[in-house]
Design a protein around this ligand. Sequence first.
Ligand code: FES
Ligand SMILES: [Fe+2]
Length: 342
Amino acid sequence: MSTWPKNAWYAAAWDHEVGAGLLARTICDTPVVLYRTLAGEPVALHDACPHRLLPLSMGFREGDSVRCRYHGLKLGADGVAEEMPLRNASVNRKVCTRTYPLVDRHRLVWIWLGDADKADPALIPDLWPCSTDGWVFDGGYYRVACDYRLLIDNLMDLTHETWVHQTSIGQKEIVEHPLETVVEGDRVLVKRWMPEIDPPPFWRNALGKPGKVDRWQICEFVAPSNVIIDVGVAPVEDGATLEDHDTGARAFVIDCMTPETATSCHYFWGMSRHFGQDDRGLTGRLQAGQAGVFFEDVEVLEAQQRSIEANPHLKMTAYEIDSGGVKSRLIIQRMIRSEQAP
Ligand code: FES
Ligand SMILES: [Fe+2]
């Protein structure tokens, strides 16, 4: 049984990755080739030539079309044959490769691999911090050799920051404060409030002034494979609360973990911040800092995946800290079941 729902929008690439070239990517076990037409429209074709199945991504762009590298079959952006390998052969328009809906939104390009008639762009996850004035966003990409759900577990339980990210955002106060898990429809929220603490190095720098702070972490699972985390610190005198904290140094961490195969995923990560908006150097430094922090997760998650495979007789257990991940997995399971219902 598949571990992901098919009828959903998945982040396929950053918008800047999709251009004149042919970008090959496997998404949910489906090979696709992504590019933009000359008018800038993003296109996704099934990445197999209808003739002898060579990946089309190895071929050549010609205008808005793709010519196969092997015998030269030419397909349009609609996936339909425009020229056969023998130039005097009449074009058979039944020769085609499948196309998939592909939409630019929130700095990412989103793909729908399921039933095309259900591909409503209104269902694309609302990653507004990536694309709203007043917020500065930058991010990056890692391919991670782990089940995408391990990454969801990781992001819905920030207890791990204390140990995995000891030198940047981790601090012992994280494990000293309780968390609250709330389910609202297809959303799961895990909230943690840490009043009157010393900020860790990353947040002390972001705030740019000394003193005790209130710190918050609110992780939101956006089905089926995205997590948005509202994070920040505010000077205690600001009087911030868990419900109202648009002050101090606030940011949203954006995470999309699109399944590649059952044991690998595409991790699109980034941070959108409210503080230091005019400081372009800061944008670059934060991006580099985040790349380092998330690479610490990659090392742990890939080792976890290897260990799971090496120990098929053992089952993972879940503690209180895992409630966000457990509840997110239940929603994923529900979505998969509803697709399989007769
Ligand atoms: S494999 Fe593509 S034209 Fe033959
Ligand atoms: Fe982490």
